[in-house]
Design a protein around this ligand. Structure first.
Ligand code: CA
Length: 400
């Protein structure tokens, strides 16, 4: 089971079930309190004492904005080169290398206990919470209480709500510290509460598993997750490959792992033209942007990363960032586009220009949300570009 499922959607790699459109029910605080009262007994059966339930749900109100997020169908599907340009940019590589140096001893101890190398652990940390800088702002009891009583996934979220209450009851994290994403992923590792219960580690030995305020606990928990997901310390995640000039793209895919001898026979090489490693176990061929873009052979460790947040684009971001942290460069094969994606610094630059041009894009945060996209559309229209709300290098150059 992934560490989190819903939060994967924040990147607009949308899944079909979000099309279950629901009208917001008429709602009142009274009805919410009635629903919460109804949860007391099942919560008790799930290990939440009555006094804990009363204490941690006292004064709880629903957050209707969260329900809108649950029902929101993102209409903007981000190309993978945009997704990777923001997640694996020079700034994140530099900050990740600084974190690697800063926590070298800790990361070495984590590696020797769990078998996951420092660069991989730090790459997950960087993508999940920007090295502990972005945890989400939603109080977890409110977010998960709301989703337990409203919306179309109540039974799933009730399990997470009870787990949240058990975490608070056990005193791992103080209630006022427990904030996260609207869907309940929290802390440095962005674990869901049930994932926390299964896999979080107390690595600093203070008796609490604290993913909010303990970097040792968080980094060990990430490594523990990957180990339990099948991480093999003797293997890499995979690598970029060069496809032969003519190749029938059939039978490819992360899941369809074939012996390396078969890939050799089909004419694949390392991206620098070198021979594929023999005896390295079965690998799957991933071509996330089709045969003209970068291609990768991936091993079982890629699946372990994938299980952290079930999206291949996410897995590729972590894998690539880990390579960059080890000193590797960008992919050798360019993405099949003449309008490459923007780093976070370039996104902030474009937001700054849009603001200067008089558009209300909200906070200049490097995240191109609805307001930014509307402003981008207006500028695309003015400039005679295709009007699609996407900002790439072409628009940035035109606006500079
Ligand atoms: Ca601890």
């Amino acid at each position: 089971m992934p560490a989190k499922f819903y939060p994967a959607l924040r990147d607009c790699f949308c899944l079909g079930f979000f099309s279950l459109a629901l009208a917001l029910p008429a709602w009142s605080q009274t009805e919410f309190q009635q629903c919460l009262s109804g949860l007391r007994s099942p919560a008790k059966a799930a290990g939440v004492r009555e006094d804990s339930f009363a204490r941690f749900t006292q004064g709880l109100t629903p957050d209707l904005g969260i329900l809108e997020k649950l029902n929101n169908q993102p209409e903007f599907r981000m190309p993978i080169w945009d997704y990777l340009a923001a997640l694996v940019d020079d700034q994140r590589v530099a900050e990740g290398q600084a974190e690697l140096a800063k926590h070298r001893d800790l990361l070495n101890r984590v590696a020797s206990q769990y078998g996951v190398d420092p660069a991989t652990v730090v790459a997950v940390w960087g993508v999940e919470s920007n090295f502990g800088q972005t945890f989400g702002k939603y109080p977890l009891t409110q977010a998960l209480g709301t989703l337990s009583c409203m919306g179309h996934r109540q039974s799933y979220f009730r399990g997470e709500f009870y787990a949240t209450l058990r975490i608070l009851q056990a005193g791992h994290i103080a209630p006022e510290r427990l904030v996260g994403s609207w869907a309940g992923a929290f802390g440095h590792t962005q674990f869901m509460p049930t994932t926390f219960e299964r896999l979080a580690q107390d690595f600093d030995g203070d008796g609490r598993r604290d993913l909010m305020d303990s970097v040792p606990d968080a980094l060990a928990s990430t490594a523990h997750f990957l180990t339990k997901a099948g991480w093999n310390p003797a293997q890499v995640w995979g690598f970029e490959v060069k496809l032969p000039a003519v190749m029938e793209l059939a039978g490819e895919g992360r899941k369809n792992k074939r012996p390396m001898s078969e890939w050799v026979a089909r004419g694949l090489t390392r991206v620098d033209g070198g021979a594929l490693p023999a005896n390295s176990g079965p690998a799957g061929l991933m071509t996330p942007a089709g045969p003209k873009g970068p291609a990768f052979l991936v091993f079982r460790n890629f699946d372990a990363i994938y299980s952290y947040n079930a999206a291949e684009s996410y897995g590729l971001a972590i894998a690539h960032l880990s390579d960059r942290l080890r000193g590797a460069g960008p992919f050798a094969t360019p993405w099949p586009t003449d309008d490459a994606g923007l780093s976070r610094a370039e996104r902030r630059e474009i937001q700054t220009v849009l603001t200067r041009l008089g558009h209300d894009i909200g906070e200049i945060d490097g995240m191109l949300g609805d307001k930014s996209r509307n402003a981008i559309k207006a500028e695309q229209s003015r400039l005679g570009h295709e009007v699609n709300g996407r900002a790439g290098q072409k628009l940035l150059r035109a606006l500079r």
